[in-house]
Structures are given as structure tokens and as C-alpha cells.
Design a protein around this ligand. Structure first.
Ligand SMILES: Nc1ncnc2c1ncn2[C@@H]1O[C@H](COP(=O)(O)OP(=O)(O)OP(=O)(O)O)[C@@H](O)[C@H]1O
Ligand SMILES: [Mg+2]
Length: 319
């Protein structure tokens, strides 16, 4: 046992080292954790590249389910600067994953267009789509289900190299070792299967697999929701470092607004497939304009250390 007491005591004045580190790892309790190391959009980014990296213009997508038509996205627009992190937030079914899948070229929009580095993702030949896809990679939500349990780590990380026919055998082996090293895993994981790795190690393997072909956009769909807070903090720290070192642009989908506040630069709030509001994280979190955004922000857990009282949301989110 490290510590015990009333929850108010333990949360407001943790005494043990372990409680203090847990406190530091919970996004809601430590909003500025990654701020100092967050990319400003200038780091590792060449001045020759256009600043706008991703542009989603007036995109709509409907799905037919039985006899009903669902508008998963309805006239959605947003743009993301090179080297920055953009978050999509909104309740379940608001269209976040659909937007991510459209960006990755896994779905086709009914109307509108998506540009990456000024080039349209859709309406290309197969070879053209491959060229775009080469720059875009996805890290799935759950590393317990996204990695084939029968494959060894070496094969998992190598798979995108095989798919894009990059390098010969020796070159692939070198790139795989480099990617595994980049995410802070030792060489000896290469011969292991995912079932012999912890959740955090598995998510590192998934990140290594995404980075092995050196994409410049990484889509993170709830990348840490299957992990506990301390492991989550380690993964977020890793992602921040990789962004800085490699000049990556991130599109992150998350239910966790406290995490978005910590990790993202800009945010789009979606509700039933429509953009409710968007802007810089500091602005949306301190001066939300829409009641829906306020309701989402109000759901961020917090520790109330004073007497029970009602605090208006915009004041709270600054604390
Ligand atoms: N392939 C599909 N076929 C039919 N309907 C779909 C399909 N994909 C998404 N939808 C519908 O489109 C809407 C948006 O779904 P989407 O998965 O984008 O939401 P989300 O914001 O990612 O939700 P969650 O937070 O639960 O992951 C939902 O109503 C969903 O049921
Ligand atoms: Mg989703």
C-alpha cells in the first residue's frame, strides 16, 4: 500500500511518490504536461513545404443502413498545419472515424475534397492512391486487437515495407530495427509475439509499424484508450517526441477532452456529422461558443478540493 485517505486528501495533496506520479499522468489533472515540448509547427519542418498539410473541404459522406440514410459527415471542412496536432472530438457516432477513414483513402466522399500537401486524395488511379497512402499511416485504438497474435514483431513492423515494396531483405531488416529503436523498444522484441508484450509495448509496436515507411501524416484513432494512465502518458510522451524529431503531422480522434487539451494544437468539434466549432485548443477550451462544446468540456473529470460549489465551465477549464 502506497497511500490511503479520503479521495479529496489523496488527490489534492498526494504524499507518496507513486500517487504523485499517477497525479501527473492523468490528463485532467495535468493539462500543461506536454505544452513545453509541443511542436509549434516550425520544428523539423522544411520552409519549402506549404504550411497547410491537410485540407478537408466541404466533405459529405452518407451511409445506407437498411432503409435509412445516415449522414456520417455533412459539409465538413477543416485544415491542419504541417507539424501540428489536430483533434477531432464529439460524441459517439459524430463522424470522427469516418473523417479519418476518408483522409486515409479507405472511404470515398460523396462530395467535397481532401488535399494532402496540396494533392487530392480521391479520384486517383490505384497507383496514384498508393503514392498518397505512402505518406499517411494509421495507429489503431486497441493494440490488443490490431496486431496479429500469431505474427512475430519483426513481421508486423515489416509488413508496410513489403506492401509498398521498399528495399531488399537486408534494407527492410535495417528499417525495422530502426523503427523499433525509435519507439524505445529493445531489439529482443523482434522475435516475440504480441501476446508476450504489455499493452504499452504493443502500442509501441503499432507506432513502429506506422513509422517504418516514414509517413508525414499519422492518424491516431483513440491511440491510448485501451491503456492505463501511466502507460498512456508514456505513449503520449513518445508521440510528442516523434512529432518533434520527424516533423510529423497528427490527426487524433479522441473521446477524452482532457487528453486533447494536453496533446493537440487545434480542434474540430463534430456533432452528428457537422462541425459545431473549431479553432485553437486554448481558445475552444477557455471560450467555447457552442452549448454542445460546453457540455463536452463539462464532462472532463476534475478534483474539487474546496467546498462543494458550482463553478461555471469556462472558469474551470482554465484550472
Ligand atoms: N460503414 C458504415 N456503414 C454504415 N454506417 C456507418 C458506417 N460507418 C459509419 N457509419 C455511421 O456513420 C455515423 C458516424 O460514424 P463514425 O464511426 O464516424 O463515428 P465516431 O465519431 O467515430 O464514433 P465513435 O466515437 O463511437 O467511434 C454513425 O451513425 C455510424 O453508425
Ligand atoms: Mg470512431
Amino acid at each position: 500500500m502506497q497511500e490511503s485517505g479520503t479521495s479529496r486528501q489523496v488527490f489534492s495533496a498526494p504524499r507518496s511518490e507513486y500517487s504523485r506520479s499517477l497525479h501527473a499522468d492523468v490528463p485532467a489533472l495535468n493539462p500543461d504536461r506536454y505544452r513545453s515540448q509541443r511542436s509549434t509547427g516550425d520544428l523539423g519542418v522544411s520552409a519549402r513545404e506549404p504550411r497547410t498539410h491537410i485540407e478537408v473541404r466541404n466533405v459529405s459522406k452518407r451511409f445506407r443502413v437498411g432503409s435509412t440514410d445516415v449522414a456520417a459527415l455533412d459539409g465538413v471542412s477543416f485544415s491542419v498545419e504541417r507539424g501540428s496536432t489536430h483533434a477531432l472530438v464529439g460524441e459517439s457516432g459524430s463522424g470522427k472515424t469516418t473523417a479519418a477513414r476518408l483522409l486515409l483513402g479507405l472511404e470515398h466522399p460523396d462530395s467535397g475534397e481532401i488535399l494532402v500537401s496540396g494533392e487530392a486524395v480521391h479520384g486517383r488511379s490505384r497507383a496514384g492512391l498508393r503514392d498518397v497512402r505512402r505518406h499517411l499511416q494509421l495507429v489503431y485504438q486497441n493494440p490488443f486487437t490490431s496486431l496479429d497474435p500469431t505474427w512475430r514483431v519483426h513481421r508486423i513492423v515489416s509488413e508496410p515495407l513489403d506492401r509498398f515494396r521498399i528495399g531488399d531483405r537486408a534494407e527492410r531488416a535495417r528499417l525495422v530495427r530502426e523503427a523499433v529503436d525509435l519507439v524505445g523498444l529493445p531489439d529482443n522484441v523482434l522475435a516475440r509475439r504480441p501476446t508476450h508484450l504489455s499493452g504499452g509495448q504493443r502500442q509501441r509496436v503499432a507506432i513502429a509499424r506506422a513509422l517504418v515507411i516514414r509517413p508525414d501524416v499519422v492518424v491516431l484513432d483513440e491511440p491510448t484508450s485501451a491503456l492505463d494512465v501511466s502507460v498512456q502518458a508514456g505513449i503520449l510522451e513518445l508521440l510528442s517526441r516523434l512529432q518533434r524529431e520527424l516533423g510529423l503531422t497528427y490527426l487524433i480522434v479522441s473521446h477524452d477532452l482532457a487528453l486533447v487539451r494536453q496533446f493537440a494544437d487545434t480542434v474540430t468539434v463534430l456533432q452528428r456529422g457537422r462541425v459545431v466549432e473549431d479553432g485553437r485548443v486554448e481558445q475552444i477550451f477557455t471560450q467555447p461558443k457552442h452549448a454542445y462544446t460546453l457540455a463536452l468540456l463539462d464532462a472532463i473529470p476534475r478534483v474539487d478540493t474546496g467546498p462543494i460549489r458550482h463553478i461555471p465551465v469556462p472558469a474551470l477549464v482554465r484550472t
